[in-house]
Design a protein around this ligand. Structure first.
Ligand code: ARG
Length: 467
């Protein structure tokens, strides 16, 4: 089969060249967007009198048929078609002959691939936003369920201060909230139409780029044709946003793995989200959490791959850019499936509050509270810190908790210490007292939850309104 560009060639491509050159094995995903772009393009060509209405109608009807045939799996693609753009155009010409050959007027594959990818990304971003919203909804529900449940707060993986499970989960709500905002931001920046930029410099034909931009649902046409065919920033931004979000997923997954361990036993992951061992009959492994922790690796890889592909490429289009797609598609799939799996696994995860309570007895979680109470009574905080540090040393030496210290022992530690100065030492008391804005006291966590619910609802409404 001769290529659509074969006019100036005397020889056909060798097979290994055709193989190496082709993107059709993976860019066929773009077929619907490619056809959507072509329909807008010929609509505009007819409106501008560049082709006639009869030609336009024939092209559009045939493109729709081709789309249905591809969707039904009736089209077998070949390496010789090179990419999805030439495959669709070739099918059109096969059906319509000379009329089909008019489609590529005032257009190049360079602006075509750019518009196809942006259309595809706009759809995919909407789906990923929906998955992020689902994740957020589950976090809000679980945070609500555990708003009063005591939990150990760590720094350096050391017992630090008591918090609630709801508070801990709301920390992740904030991370995914920023992920959503980053993605919305990337969406807004990619919402410009490159179609009509042609090969790199625009065209002598009287096209109307505002019309194609409107027809395709973009905010406006891109400003500079050379930039439009050379720009892959929007994909790099998308994969960066994905990398950050996958890092958040990985952090929460890591917590799930150790919370689920024998040593911690803070949670019980549902059987349906775990696997067994082929040799050790007793095992129930948190494989989903481990995979979720590890999936971030490929997304970081995809980010560095694309940054490296783009580095040092001169203006304007270069074939290097074809290397943008496989990592992109992998990123989309990985991010989407990770969010869905995690949200569903979390829905089915129960916190084992009895086990958490057991662990809470260790580690002097209320030490800061005693120091803060001494500060409230007038002792400079640095001194209070020192005094409570001595209490810890004493307790460790004598294998005691703060609660066990007698008045005489307190006096021995520091003459200013009396039992009445120790305030409410209970863990619940410590948590309830952290009422500062953003703190862990249950009413404050409930405020965070309700602010989160309002915010999420607004995002969900905006997304459905722009459908
Ligand atoms: N398959 C190509 C890509 O993905 C389409 C653009 C090809 N343009 C060209 N002038 N060879 O980048």
């Amino acid at each position: 089969m001769a290529n659509l560009w074969s006019g100036r060639f005397e020889k056909e491509m060798e097979d290994i060249v055709a193989q190496f050159n082709a993107s059709i094995p993976y860019d066929q995903k773009l077929y619907a967007c490619d056809i959507q772009g072509s329909i807008a393009h010929v609509t505009m060509l007819a409106k501008q009198g560049i082709i006639n209405d009869d030609e336009k109608d024939k092209i559009i009807a045939t493109l729709k048929k081709i789309k249905d045939r591809i969707a039904a799996g009736e089209v077998e693609f070949s390496i010789r078609q090179e990419d999805i753009h030439m495959a669709v155009e070739g099918l059109l010409i096969e059906e319509l002959g000379d009329v089909g050959k008019k489609l590529h007027t005032a257009r190049s594959r360079n602006d075509q691939v750019a518009v196809d990818t942006r259309l595809y990304m706009k759809e995919q971003i909407r789906e990923i936003l929906e998955s992020l919203f689902f994740m957020e909804r589950v976090l809000l529900e679980k945070a609500e369920q555990y708003a009063d449940s005591l939990m150990i707060g760590f720094t350096h993986v050391q017992h630090a201060q008591p918090v609630t499970v709801g508070f801990h989960l709301m920390a992740y709500f904030q991370m995914f909230k920023r992920d959503i905002e980053r993605l919305q931001d990337a969406y807004d920046r990619m919402n410009y139409c490159p179609l009509g930029s042609c090969a790199l410099a625009g065209t002598t034909l009287p096209i109307d780029r505002n019309l194609t931009s409107d027809l395709l649902g973009f905010k406006a046409p891109t400003e500079n044709a050379m930039d439009s065919v050379s720009d892959r920033d929007y994909l790099i931004e998308f994969i960066s946003a994905a990398s950050i979000s996958m890092m958040h997923i990985s952090r929460l997954a890591e917590e799930f793995v150790w919370w689920n361990s024998q040593e911690f036993s803070y949670i019980a992951i549902d059987d349906s989200y775990c696997t067994g061992s082929s040799i050790m009959p007793q095992k129930k492994n948190p494989d989903m959490a481990e995979l979720l922790r590890g999936k971030v690796g490929r997304v970081y890889g995809n980010l560095i791959q694309l940054l490296t592909v783009m580095k040092g490429t001169p203006m304007s289009y270069n074939k290097d850019f074809q290397e943008d797609k496989e990592g992109l598609f992998d990123t989309i799939e990985t991010w989407k499936s990770s969010l869905r799996i995690f949200a569903k696994m979390m829905e089915k995860t129960e916190f084992r509050l009895d086990m958490i309570a057991q662990h809470m007895k260790k580690g002097f979680l209320n030490a800061t509270d005693i120091a803060e109470n001494l500060a409230k009574l007038g002792m400079p905080f640095r001194e209070a810190h020192e005094v409570v540090g001595k209490m810890v040393k004493f307790c460790e030496r004598h294998n005691k908790n703060f609660e066990d210290l007698t008045g005489a022992e307190l006096q021995e530690i520091d003459s200013r210490l009396t039992p009445d100065k120790l305030s409410d030492l209970s863990i619940a008391g410590c948590v309830n007292a952290r009422t500062s804005f953003g703190g862990t006291a249950p009413p404050e966590v409930r405020r965070q939850i309700s602010a989160g619910q309002n915010w999420l609802e607004a995002q969900e409404n905006t997304l459905s309104e722009t459908r």
